[in-house]
Design a protein around this ligand. Structure first.
Ligand code: FES
Length: 339
């Protein structure tokens, strides 16, 4: 039998697979324990082993002094269970429990996903990991003191590299990325930020509405849901202007094929030469046409402010969606942006 681990005080129970640390097993099973570097150096993941024994792996003495180890403390990013365990540690239940960090990072790769959309992958220093909730964003700190908010497109379990999707609107950061930025460039960012994330304390079916590069945090949420086998029905409505704007379309089609996630793309500006045979119009209108009664749903929407506002207004006024079941991340400079 794989070792069973019980968390106090929550009473949550999970099992560790061969070779897994306590932290890896907890995250795989959907329990958010705090962490920082994930390599035994920072102490963010420290907790107490109340019962059972662990192998401390590469726990560094600076993060876990021998005296603390003798008192039963452990770094859960290193500790591997050698028996069933009862551990005591804090669990992250909300955004406010996650520390916001300012970190340097290196551009690992730049990849055009569409003529005006760049995928930027960032590598953190070896001693750092970023803990976040799927759907949150980071602020890139620019040399002139301004910030550029970009949603994280990778889910938290896949945190080796941070993934951003940037649309070129012609602003200073977009111009820099599309014309000068190269691999190995150094950036600084602050994060994670924002309160846009999947609320897992509900079992309502979920409608995800993504406009343009609002696809980025929606991708993180869907990949998180797939990884944690969240059973709630998920339907993705994706709005774009023309077919070329539906970047990573094959990925969304694979979610539908392999994981039963309904995927509906809606184009607002398709022209004859696009030979588009799918849905047309405004993406939120497509939701209303399909689901005139949204009273039993939760909606997560990310995109331009006009799309978010129209969706909020019409879903609540015309379709009975409770205001409290509408979660949104709009591309506004002061809040969050994937654009
Ligand atoms: S996360 Fe840094 S020591 Fe475990």
């Amino acid at each position: 039998m794989p070792p069973q681990i019980t968390i106090r005080p929550s009473g949550h129970v999970f099992h560790a697979q061969d070779g897994e640390t306590v932290l890896e097993a907890a995250l795989r099973e959907g329990y958010m324990l705090p962490y920082g570097c994930r390599n035994g150096a920072c102490g963010s993941c420290k907790g107490r082993v109340i019962a059972g024994t662990v192998d401390h792996g590469n726990s560094r003495e600076t993060a876990l002094p021998l005296a603390e180890r003798a008192q039963g403390m452990a770094l859960f990013c290193q500790a591997q269970p050698r028996s069933d365990l009862v551990i005591e540690c804090r669990e992250i239940g909300a955004v406010k429990d996650i520390p916001v960090k300012t970190l340097p990072c290196r551009v690992q790769s730049l990849e055009r996903l569409a003529p005006d959309v760049m995928r930027i992958r960032l590598r953190l220093p070896a001693s750092e990991r970023l803990q976040f909730l799927a759907g949150q964003y980071i602020d890139i700190l620019l040399k002139d003191g301004t910030r550029r908010s970009l949603s994280l497109a990778n889910p938290p379990h896949d945190d080796g590299l941070l993934e951003l999707h940037l649309r070129n609107y012609g602003g200073p950061f977009s111009t820099q990325v599309f014309t000068q930025m190269k691999e190995k460039d150094i950036l600084r960012f602050e994060g994670p930020l924002g309160t846009f994330y999947l609320h897992e304390d509900s079992d309502k079916p979920v409608i995800l509405v993504a406009g343009g590069t609002g696809f980025a945090p929606i991708k993180a949420i869907i990949e998180h849901a797939i990884h944690h086998r969240i059973r709630r029905p998920l339907t993705l409505y994706r709005g774009a202007r023309r077919p070329a704007d539906l970047y990573l379309n094959e990925l969304a089609e694979a979610w539908q094929r392999e994981h039963g996630i309904t995927y509906i793309s809606v184009l607002s500006d398709a022209v004859a030469e696009d030979r588009w045979t799918g849905r047309r119009g405004l993406v939120h209108e497509a939701v209303i046409a399909d689901l005139p009664d949204l009273s039993g749903y939760e909606v997560y929407a990310c995109g331009a402010p006009a799309m978010i506002e129209a969706a909020r207004r019409d879903f609540c006024a015309r379709c009975g969606l409770p205001e409290s079941a509408f979660y949104a991340d709009a591309f506004t400079p002061a809040v969050a942006s994937s654009g």
